[in-house]
Ligand binder design. Sequence first.
Ligand code: SF4
Length: 463
Amino acid sequence: MSDTLSPTKAPKIGFVSLGCPKNLTDSELILTQLSAEGYETSKTFQGADLVVVNTCGFIDDAVRESLDTIGDALAENGKVIVTGCLGARSGDDGGNLVKGVHPSVLAVTGPHAAQEVMEHVHQHLPKPHDPFLDLVPGSFGEAGIKLTPRHYAYLKISEGCNHRCTFCIIPSMRGDLVSRPVGDVLKEARALFEGGVKELLVVSQDTSAYGVDVKYRTGFWDGKPVRTRLLELVQTLGEIAKSYGAWVRLHYVYPYPSVDDIVPLMQEGLVLPYLDVPFQHSHPDVLKRMKRPASGERNLERIQRWREICPELVVRSTFIAGFPGETEAEFEHLLEFLREAQIDRAGCFAYSNVKGAAANELPGMLPIELREERRARFMAVAEEVSTARLQRRVGQTLQVLVDKSVGLGKKGGVGRSWADAPEIDGQVALLPPEKVSKSYKVGDFVRARIVGTQGHDLVGMPV
Ligand code: SF4
């Protein structure tokens, strides 16, 4: 073949994605568009013509990691575009924080700015001209490149948040709630299932508030009207998932009364009986100081009611110990809540100031040692509750989604039941199948009898 006929090398972009699942979905959007336009993408800086770093700015460690990564990319490559939460933050002098630390970056954008990032990429690394690819429609909002394994995917339903929790700077970085049109969300979901996704994880900053900003307006899906509201979204997602034999899992659900209507759908099997509810605390006064959504709700009674409707419900949550002004009595209230609510999986941070957050100015800042000590006490109770909850699974037969398979089934595999979300919860260690010829395939569902526990995990024998 003559040289003139060989295609020119595609420009290559090194892409680094840091932070939470919500950030990951932004990265996926940008990566999808890059490859739709004919750019080559890679996870390393090596041989890249330009690097994009999608940053996180939530806690101080994340800020450090993001700034270090940008520094590494500049040292190794030199041409760097920064996007994500940290990109929206100001430094001490009021100027852009990233530009202050790394003045040689080519451009900085805030989060949720895929179009802006693309414009900067075009400016610094012109897009390859390909008469065929130029005809491919843009993939924004449809299922595109996923950074998760092929069998599960995050589905972001909204951006931003209408609350102003005193410890959080997300609304100042991501703005108020903007719900994605329900038709677009459902279209993306179906494309993901079509592409082999077996578990869809619904994410946002405040999943229960979906549609509030558009007054729950009616959208369209498959020619039928669907309201932009969590209940209708979950119902429809559940129905689509059913036809693909897939799971739907809900994250960041605040305990508003409207969630009571979602729980029966869990009992029906339309959506997994699993709720990730970021309670952060239990004491009403602390919740008020935190300015938490649903702080006036009776959370304990709410969980008990949910469990009456759906006894299998698993609740995972995160908490903050040692919030400014937290008294010993308030902290003990939290421990008692943990025991009574029987939270299946709980994570806990010792409170720490986040630059720019209102809580930094609250009176009654506790010594770091006390915050850490309370976190440790919290975790001890959380473990106790979690271990007891796990023990109840021994003897049950569960459906397990295979995440990893080792060898020819000889060494078994690793999966998860409906009770565990990827990366944050536990796993099911699958023992080797009795038939040596049989092996597990990633993304397959298997049925396993739980024969024991191992720390936070279960051990299952396939049946
Ligand atoms: S609900 Fe509170 S913690 Fe969550 S994103 Fe909104 S302001 Fe931040």
